[in-house]
Design a protein around this ligand. Structure first.
Ligand SMILES: C[S@@+](CC[C@H](N)C(=O)[O-])C[C@H]1O[C@@H](n2cnc3c(N)ncnc32)[C@H](O)[C@@H]1O
Length: 238
């Protein structure tokens, strides 16, 4: 068994939904694994199952039960510390080429790289197709306008106001429909991108906002969870 200090762990981006979004590099990295760790939230975690489905035969799977996460900065810090502990123990107890499968791209709103480093491991990263790239591709739009800036942010941050310095904003992790505060903006909204449940709606918020709210609410109720991302575009201030 290796010592923690020289143990190198792969974080492999698997794309944000469609297995066809696996890159060749990701396929090769998956095939080279001896053991794959999968964070799981309860037995019916669809995202964990989707990761599992991508594991080549012969790769040993180790499930790590994701600890419960409370609200607020302190609770998140406790949750993160617990994840570091669980990862340290699970990886240290395994042998061979170890990896984690990261949803979308590991470098975007995914704490795994930081958790692994904090746990004392070296990290190799394989990029993946993020929900952001998938969204833009589905609508056939570019994220930025000519020489413009794009900001990727969270629903909570958008609730605090439109960010300065960007007229084009991509919003993730939004449980509160923050776009409703911007009726004049154009929205490109996608949920469960790349999966059989994919939903796409676009238009001016004042015209399509209520419909997004309706279908989003119904889908969330039916599936028990929601993953959506949107590009919000206001009239150019340039
Ligand atoms: C923890 S972040 C993970 C992001 C991921 N690393 C990526 O590159 O897309 C989860 C958020 O990503 C977005 N997301 C991930 N997969 C998605 C999908 N298939 N469709 C729409 N949004 C998705 C949602 O905003 C969701 O709340």
């Amino acid at each position: 068994m290796n010592s923690d200090a020289d143990r190198h762990v792969q974080v492999i981006g698997i794309g944000a939904g469609d297995p066809a979004w696996l890159t060749l590099e990701a396929v090769r990295a998956l095939e080279a694994l001896d053991v794959a760790f999968v964070f799981q939230k309860g037995a019916d975690d669809e995202l964990a199952a989707a990761r599992r489905a991508l594991l080549p035969e012969g790769v040993r799977e180790v499930v790590i039960e994701d600890p419960p996460r409370g609200r607020g900065a302190e609770a998140v810090a406790v949750w993160r510390a617990e994840r570091v502990r669980l990862v340290r123990e699970a990886v240290a107890a395994s042998d061979g080429n170890a990896g984690f499968l990261a949803w979308g791209d590991p470098t975007l709103y995914d704490g795994l790289i930081g958790v692994l480093r904090e746990a004392g491991f070296g990290v190799g990263v394989v990029p993946g197709i993020s929900a952001v790239s998938a969204l833009a591709a589905r609508f056939g739009v570019a994220l930025n306008r000519v020489a413009g800036a794009v900001l990727i942010t969270t629903g909570r941050r958008l609730e605090a106001g439109w960010p300065s310095d960007a007229d084009d904003v991509v919003v993730m992790l939004d449980a509160g429909l923050a776009f409703r505060a911007y009726p004049d903006a154009e929205i490109f909204w996608g949920a469960y991108l790349g999966t059989p449940d994919e939903m796409l709606l676009s238009g001016v918020v004042a015209e399509v906002g209520a419909e997004i709210e309706r279908v989003r609410g119904a889908a969330r109720l039916r599936k028990g969870w929601m993953f959506d991302t949107y590009l919000l575009r206001r009239a150019s201030s340039a």
